[in-house]
Design a protein around this ligand. Structure first.
Ligand code: SAM
Length: 202
């Protein structure tokens, strides 16, 4: 896990974060509206420099953002302070144990789930999210799309099957739609917009 943190830390230090677009992703706004997801306790895992977490807080969600890179988290705290928004930011690795404030009603991740390379890791990540959600709580994930053909750099690409295999044991998948990330890159990278609801514990 230290290796993962180092990898991301280097990207932040080098300013090599094409995902950091300086605004909340429109996909988040669209899904909240389309599925009528009302404010509750929200968790943004791998929140980066905080634009989506801050957006959720501004929408009335009691929001926690977590990160493994302290530099990103510091930037998120500064942004929230500048905007006078109350948002909890915690240095925390979701794979290592529970986040303070659980259970949450809504979990969001943009580019965190897709950064895990093996099915085992992705399943553990999905299970960790399910464990942080209230009964019937939602998880919205924005995931790089394996149907994107490209040469250069860009987000990790996952197939629909890879997503379903990891998520379905713990969640009812409500939406799995091919789309595009909100991005400053041209063309914007393709993504999957995945909305899932936690299965009832039996
Ligand atoms: C592609 S970036 C996206 C950042 C942010 N969600 C955004 O959209 O700007 C993925 C982020 O997940 C963080 N991350 C990776 N693994 C994590 C973990 N296990 N727990 C919390 N954050 C993690 C990384 O440090 C990185 O900032």
């Amino acid at each position: 896990m230290d290796e993962r943190r180092r990898r991301f830390e280097e990207r932040y230090k080098a300013g090599n974060m094409p995902w950091d677009i300086g605004r909340p992703d429109f996909n988040l706004k669209e899904v909240l509206q389309a599925y009528n997801i009302s404010p509750g306790r929200a968790l943004d895992i791998g929140c980066g420099t905080g634009d989506n977490a801050i957006f959720l807080a501004e929408k009335g969600f009691d929001t926690t953002g977590t990160e493994i890179v302290s530099m990103a988290l510091d930037a998120a705290c500064r942004k929230a302070e500048e905007r006078a928004v109350r948002c909890h930011f915690i240095l925390h690795d979701i794979m290592q144990g529970p986040v303070k404030g659980a259970p949450f009603d809504f979990v969001f991740d943009r580019g965190c789930f897709h950064s895990f390379d093996t099915l085992d890791e992705r399943r553990r990540f999905a299970k960790a999210i399910a464990d942080h959600l209230s009964e019937g709580g939602y998880w919205l994930s924005l995931v790089g799309n394996a149907d994107e053909k490209r040469q250069g750099p860009g987000p990790p690409r996952r197939s629909a099957r890879e997503i379903v295999e990891a998520v379905e044991p713990f969640f009812e998948i409500l939406l799995l739609k091919a789309g595009r990330f909100d991005s400053n890159m041209e063309p914007p990278p393709r993504n999957w917009v995945m909305l899932a609801r936690r299965r009832q514990k039996t």
